[in-house]
Each structure stands twice: as C-alpha cells, then as structure tokens.
Ligand binder design. Structure first.
Ligand code: C2E
Ligand code: CA
Ligand code: CA
Length: 651
C-alpha cells in the first residue's frame, strides 16, 4: 500500500500540471534561464571525461562521440535561446514542457550510454572519473531541472538507475559501495526535488492567488469609481462627476475655446413628490433626464446635480442666440406633461446659462453664475432660460454687499419693526397688526425686507434676524391693548428648524403674552423645502395656542393639499389678485372662490395690498371682510390705534 502510494506519487510527479496554467508558465520561464546552463555543464563535463580517456578509449569514443554530443548540446542551447516561448500562451508552454520531457529522456539515455561505454576503458582512476562524472553531472542537471520534476525525476531514474544496477552488478566491492551510495543519494535527491517543488508550486499558487485578489480589487475599485460618478436614479453623471469634468474642461481650455454651463431646475417638482408620492417623483426625474438627453445628444455632459436640479456642459457654444434657442427647446420640452403611473403631471423648468470665458474663467465662477441666472429665471421668468449677463454681475455684487453689511451690522440697533393694521371692514375696527421688518443699515442706508430677507435666507443669517425682531415685538406688545392680535412673518428656514419655533414659544411665555394674540405668517416655500418639518413646526405652534396664516396665497403652487393638511387659521390672498380686480373678471372669480372656500373651512381670509377705494368696494361686494393695504394705512413705527380706521367704511 505504502509502496503503491509512493509509485503513485512518483507517477504524479511526472505529469505536466495542465490544470495550473500559472505553474506551467512559471516553469517555462525558470527553465528558459536554466536549460542553457545545463547544456554547457553537460558539454564541459563530457569534454573533461573525454580528455582523461583520450588514448585509453578509442577515438570514436573520445573525439567523434564528444563532437556529436557537444554539437547536440550547442544546437539545443542555441535553439532554446532562439525559441523565446510566449509565456502568456499556456498551450505553447505545455507543448514546450512536453518537448523538454522527451529531450531530457533522450539526452539522459545518450549520455548514460556514452559514459557506460567509457567505463570499459582505462585504469581505476579513469573509471573513478566516470563515476565522478556521472554523479556530479546528474546533480548539476537536476539542479537545473528542479522546477520541472517530470524531467528531473526521469533523469534521476535513467542515469542513477542504470548506474546503480551497473555498479551493483559489477562484483567489485568498491563499485557496489558506490552503487549503494548512489542509491541512497538518489532517494535523497528525489526527496529534495519533491520538497523544493512543493515550495515552488506553493509559492506560484500564492502569487497567483494574490494576483487574482489584486485583479478583483482593481475591478472592484473601478466599479466603485464608476458608481461614485453616476447618479443611480437617472443613470446620468452625478454632481461629483459634473464638477470634475467641468474642472478638467476649464483647465484644458485652449485659446478662443468657448463653452457654456447650464443649470436646470424643475418648478413644481416638490408638489408632485408630495401629492403623488416619491416613486412618481423618481419616475419624473428619470423621464426628465431622458428628455434632456434626447435633445443634447449622447456626447454632452449631462448630470443630475441633486434633487430636481440638472447640469449641462455644452461645448463649442459662443453664440448667445443659439444658446437661448437651445435653452427654450429644453425648457419647452420639460414643460410638456409627464405620464407617471397612469397620471398626467405637469411641471415647468427654468434654466440658467453662463458662458466660458465671457462670464467667468473658473469652474466655481461659472457654476455660481449659471446658478444665479437660474435663480433669476425662477424669480422673473419661470419656465424660461436666462443667460447670465453683465447686469447680473451688479446684482451679485449687490447681494454680496448686503451679505457683508448684514454680517457687520449691529442688528439689534439697525433693525426695527413697523406695523401695518389689518381692518375688519364690517366693524370698522383694527382687527390686528402685521409686523414688518425695517433695516436702516449704517453701511447701505434703508434696505427693504424684500431685498435683505432672501439674502439672509441664502446665507443662513435669517434665524438670527427673526430672533432680534421677535424680541422687539415682545417689547412693543407690552405697551399695546391686551387683546390686540399681531401677525409676525417667519421665513421658510425658521419653519423647518425646530429650535427656532421652540424658542418663539419660550419667548412668548417669558413675556407673559397670551399666545392666542399671535399669528405666524408662513409662505409655501417652507413646505416646498421640507414638508414634514414644516408640518411639525406648525403643529407645535398651534398646540401652544398661536395661529398660523398662509401668506401670499395664490402665487406659487397654492396646493389645496397644504390648505387641507396643514390646518391654517388664516389665508392671506396675495396682492397680485387684488390689483387687477377692477378690470379683470377672472381675478374677481378667483378671489371670490378663495373667500368662499375660507368661509366654508371656517378660517379667516385677509385681502392684501388694497390701494384704492375701487378695490376695496369690489372686495366688499365679493364678501371680503379682513383687509390690509396702503389705502387704509401704511406700515408705521408708531401705531396710533385710535387714529386708524379712516376709509374702512364704504362710501
Ligand atoms: P409680506 O409678508 O407679503 O408683507 C406685505 C408687504 O406688502 C409689505 O412689504 C408691505 O409694506 C406691502 N404692502 C402693504 N400694503 C400694500 C399695498 O397696498 N400696496 C403694495 N404695493 N404693497 C403693500 P414690505 O414691508 O416691504 O415686506 C416685504 C416682504 O418682506 C414681506 O411680504 C415679507 O415677505 C418680508 N418680510 C417683512 N418683514 C419680515 C419679517 O419680519 N420676517 C420675515 N421673515 N419676512 C419679512
Ligand atoms: Ca406677511
Ligand atoms: Ca403677503
């Protein structure tokens, strides 16, 4: 059994490991360095043996045979050097190894036969030389073939096997001793070859494993890299990819090269998300991405920058007219209805362009200006494209001047509140006052709240402003009749930040003011930003007794969902509906509908911006009761309650 497994092991060692291509390759590349050395060793030792036997052995043995054997060695060594096996081609490597195995057998047989023949000539010293020749040559050859046991083992078996038998059967004690010695050495050599080979193949396997792991890691990091640059929802590039390409494009831009950056924002996306659910919102973004791609083609960088915002990098655009025509096409296409899970939905898109190098030369400069143009489009030309122009630069400057002035201002002394009354037309009394902020800046003079609040919102300073103003309101309210209600405007940011809302209630309590006297006015922008947070804040304020008004109703989306879900106490109809009342039947109908809706819901309806008697009378006819506007009273610092009320009675 043990002998059987030994032979089985030996037979296995003679096989070429075609199942391990890495090992086969490593064997070929090791052999290609060692085999020429092997031939040189054979040649040198054969010449040495022929030399010592010259004269004692016949010339065909010492000269002709050596010439033939030497020629074979030289020829094979040169052939080896020329062959240059392609190590990457496993098939070729296997063929090569097979050839080596055959050649090893042939050459071993040839040299063994030659040496044994030589043994028949010469004296004891010369015979000793033959024994020495065989042992030293075979050991040298085995070292050269050690990476390839099939050949090494065959050589050991043929050469040493033959000599052990030959010497063992010679009848001479010394030669028998040499035979025994050779047999022992053979076993040891076989053991050494096997253990060396085990290490060698183990090493190759480890190397191979490492290489496989390394390749897997490279592939994984390549996939990660690709994923990190793609927006998973739309499959477009993401923000990171957009900025990276933009930066590369700016850096590589040559003289006279032009391109444009476009920012696109969907107007009305948030309500789609809120009303139809997030899966529909996602579907809309996907479809929007596809529409954009169809227009700009496959080679233009198109990215989803986040939320409902897309970015484009348009190469070769320098003509403003062409750019605007493309902008119009993009916006118009996004304005077409979307079909989302069987429901038709419409949004609009605004777009801002900035061109390189006319408008800016840095990636950030381009991005900021495209963003500003977009902001401008959203404010003044919803659903259209705006190209950043020189006069926008002044506006940007103005905004950043305001930002700076706000940062440097001593807000508690520069800010103040003016109050504009809201009248109850039926009783002719002041129903409440709306607090409106005024900023008398040391650096910039009077700045209107319509100008500085949006800047403070953008830069995150608005919560601080709110707190300063509310403190002032609390102080002013101490002097007023106990029951006089007051409205205070909150910005979108205030309403999505719970700590500001909590602070307001604490402040009311600290000043011992009845929370029922306070109405907080909020606009839809807060719900567009974060519906859940806005809802939570509104609930919190109402639970503590304050009232909530939805300001500027009618502009924006005026989603009835907000009215339905957010439990407002007051709706304030925007003055843009009041202004055209006298000549626009449609406005009259809308206002009438809103007044009726409020009546049905049992909430107050305040009509803003009444400037003329005519408007007042028209609103009274439509059922309006609570009114506010320059016609009745301007916002003013000091409120003289008893002097108000002129004009509140219809003439
Ligand atoms: P709003 O809340 O809609 O305030 C009404 C604006 O309309 C006030 O402008 C008021 O002076 C003006 N107004 C009143 N009656 C008439 C009228 O008959 N005709 C016209 N054309 N305008 C009239 P104001 O004070 O310049 O405030 C502008 C906006 O600034 C406010 O609009 C509000 O959104 C914001 N704001 C004012 N004060 C504050 C504040 O304390 N906090 C916050 N967050 N925003 C404020
Ligand atoms: Ca207001
Ligand atoms: Ca308003």
């Amino acid at each position: 059994m043990a002998a059987g497994s030994f032979w089985q092991g030996f037979a296995d060692t003679l096989k070429i490991r075609t199942d391990k291509p890495e090992l086969v390759r490593a064997q070929v590349s090791a052999l290609s360095r060692q085999i020429p050395v092997l031939y040189m060793l054979l040649l040198a030792n054969a010449v040495a043996l022929a030399y010592t036997h010259y004269g004692s052995a016949p010339d065909w043995m010492t000269i002709h045979s050596v010439i033939v054997l030497g020629a074979i060695c030289i020829f094979r060594a040169i052939a080896w050097d020329r062959a240059k096996v392609d190590v990457d081609n496993v098939e070729a490597c296997i063929r090569h190894l097979k050839r080596i195995r055959v050649l090893a057998v042939m050459i071993a047989v040839l040299f063994t036969a030659w040496a044994i023949t030589m043994f028949g000539y010469g004296d004891a010293f010369q015979r000793g030389h033959v024994a020495y020749f065989i042992s030293i040559t075979v050991v040298g050859c085995i070292f050269c073939l050690v990476n390839f046991p099939p050949a090494a083992m065959l050589v050991v078996a043929i050469v040493l096997g033959t000599f052990v038998v030959f010497f063992g059967s010679s009848g001479n004690e010394v030669y028998v001793a040499i035979a025994v010695n050779m047999a022992l050495v053979s076993v040891m050599i076989i053991q050494i070859i096997r253990s060396f080979y085990a290490n060698f193949s183990g090493l190759i396997e480890t190397q191979n494993d490492l290489e496989v792991q390394h390749k897997a890691m490279i592939e994984l990091s390549r996939q990660n890299e690709a994923l990190a640059l793609v927006d998973p929802l739309t499959g477009l590039s993401n923000r990171r990819a957009f900025f990276s390409v933009l930066e590369d494009t700016v850096n590589a831009a040559k003289e006279k090269e032009t391109f444009a950056v476009a920012m696109i924002d969907l107007d009305g996306f948030k309500p789609v998300n809120d009303v139809h659910g997030h899966p529909s919102g996602d579907e809309l973004l996907e479809q929007a991405g596809k529409r954009l791609r169809k227009i700009v083609g496959p080679d233009t960088l198109l990215a989803r920058l986040g939320g409902d915002e897309f970015g484009l990098l348009l190469k070769g655009y320098d003509d403003a007219l062409k750019l605007m025509a493309l902008g119009k096409k993009l916006c118009d296409d996004l304005n077409r209805p979307f079909m989302l899970n069987g429901v038709t939905v419409q949004v609009s898109a605004s777009l801002g362009f900035a061109t390189y190098p006319a408008v800016a030369r840095s990636p950030n400069g381009l991005f900021e200006r495209a963003d500003f143009a977009l902001y401008h489009a959203k404010k003044n030309a919803r659903g259209e494209a705006v190209l950043f122009a020189a006069h926008h630069e002044t506006l940007i400057c103005h905004d950043s001047q305001i930002e700076q002035a706000l940062r440097k201002a001593d807000l508690s002394s520069e800010l103040s509140l003016h109050y504009q009354p809201i009248f109850d037309i039926q009783s002719g009394e002041v129903s409440s006052l709306e607090a409106l902020a005024r900023w008398d800046s040391v650096l910039m003079g009077q700045v209107s709240p319509g100008t500085f609040f949006p800047v403070a919102e953008k830069t995150g300073q608005v919560s601080f402003l709110t707190r300063v103003l509310f403190e002032k309101l609390m102080v002013d309210m101490q002097d007023w009749p106990e029951k006089l209600p007051v409205s205070f405007n909150l910005s979108a940011r205030d309403i999505v930040l719970s700590d500001t809302v909590e602070w307001l209630i604490d402040e009311i309590k600290t000043h011992n003011i009845d929370p029922g006297r306070l109405t907080f006015e909020v606009t839809e922008t807060a719900f567009l930003r974060d519906f859940e947070a806005a809802r939570t804040s509104i609930r919190y304020l109402r639970e503590h007794g304050a009232r909530i008004a939805l300001d500027d109703f009618g502009i924006g989306y005026s989603s009835l969902r907000y009215v339905h879900e957010l439990e407002f106490d007051v709706l304030k109809v925007d003055r843009s509906f009041v202004a055209p009342l006298s000549h626009n039947e449609r406005s009259r109908r809308i206002v009438k509908t809103v007044i009726d809706m409020c009546q049905n819901l049992g909430i107050d309806c305040v009509l803003e911006g009444i400037e003329t008697e005519c408007q007042r009378d028209a609103l009274i006819t439509l059922g309006g009761r609570l009114m506010q506007g320059y016609f009745f009273a301007m916002p003013q610092r000091e409120v003289k309650l008893d002097a108000l009320g002129e004009g509140t009675k219809p003439s």
